[in-house]
Design a protein around this ligand. Sequence first.
Ligand SMILES: [Zn+2]
Length: 484
Amino acid sequence: MDLPERTVETALVEQVTSDGTRNLLYSLSARKLLSMAPDEWGHIRDRASEHRLDPVRGLSIRCLQCGEPLFIGTRRRGARNLPLFSHHANAKAPCLWNTGQRLSPDQLRALQYDGHQESELHARLCRVLESAAKADPRYIGSAINNYRKPETHGRGRYPDVLVQWSHRSETAFEVQLSRTQQPEVAGREIHYGAEGVSLIWVLHGLDLDADQLPQSFEDIIRRHRGNAFVMDQAALEASNELGTIVLSCHLRRNDGGFEPPKLVTLDGLTYPEHGLPFLEDRISAPLLERSKAVRRRWHKVLSRFPDGEWRRMRRVPDGLKGEVEDWKQRYGPMSTSRDDESEFFLCVLVAFALSIAAHAANPGTRVSYVTKPVPTAHLINLIMQRENLGMHQYALIIRYLIDNTRLSQVLPKSVDEHLERAFAVMEGNLCLAHEAEWAVLADVIPEVFDMRIREQMTYLGCLPDWVRPLADDPEVSELQQETP
Ligand SMILES: [Zn+2]
């Protein structure tokens, strides 16, 4: 892990009243400070000095990281003096951003994740979020760490920051530094979901380039569909400039790393029916893509054989041999009693199942990898009545596939009859759910055959329409017509 460069990135500028109340006026980044005219930053420097002399005068400038007072120092660069935030020499709290402190590498590392000042940093971040919300014209009210009485039953929660808006549902912000436990992460999501409150976990102080993030961060990022919302320097700056809450969104890449952050407002997010808001869904897309990639490889090879010509060779087409071999390695021998042709039967089964799936996905299509182009019922019946294709033993698989797509209960009776006949012919010697062919189909059409993927897609709301039984869909009624 690289140690951070030790400069003060962000300061909080506050006014302190005679009773000691601190009012956060704005946050100020080091970059913004550098961009200001000398009289502008000079003014803040003056006001900070006044405050140092008399605590109820001037402006308090504190380090966002440690909460210690800062002053605006200068550094000579060519002919100019450039301003920079500095800690006072007598600062007590150890700070990642304090250049004047001698800290061992171990102390620095410890500060990154669980410094003892965490609760104060947490409180400061809450106030930063609240003040950004207050600048938004839709802001109605807010509270920090206040009990929110639930509208549904059950116990309420103490959101870190709760904001009410006009024309938008309430938003609860939970500022996550490092320690929230998984049950509480899940519990809050369920609770706020039921209450119609949008929940956003705001992260801070994490090294997204680290090899392994603390698990609590991983949990939150996954629940936000691979989006890490961070309150960092750029986000603070943009919040001030735009007059609303802006967060830095780091999108997870497929390799587990993160893309450079994008600044987002709450309006730019998608609020799904279940689960937490996101900028881009980085969980569903790879999930859907994985099975599509397998299917594309099969389509590429099989579409070279019009009318299912490859069947006549009674062997696996060249481009698919590796795939079939790989399945045998992974899932063991196939269940068929005819060992010599087991690979060919597996290939027919997969091509047949893919054809049926294509029909479920596109009502009216005549796509077939195993026959000439035909309507759905015709496709199934043609293959099921040919005993030499070995599909009788897979009648349960075909039945299961049909029943778990929108072909369910919309196909003509002849399909049921063909399947019943296959059951009868096999006298119980059917390929059963624990056998290798089912595992292969879980790879090829996980939307139907892999319960784990199916559940996850349902939860994420990305289960494709074609794998939902949909007997009333007018689009599929035409499937019921018998073809000559
Ligand atoms: Zn500090």
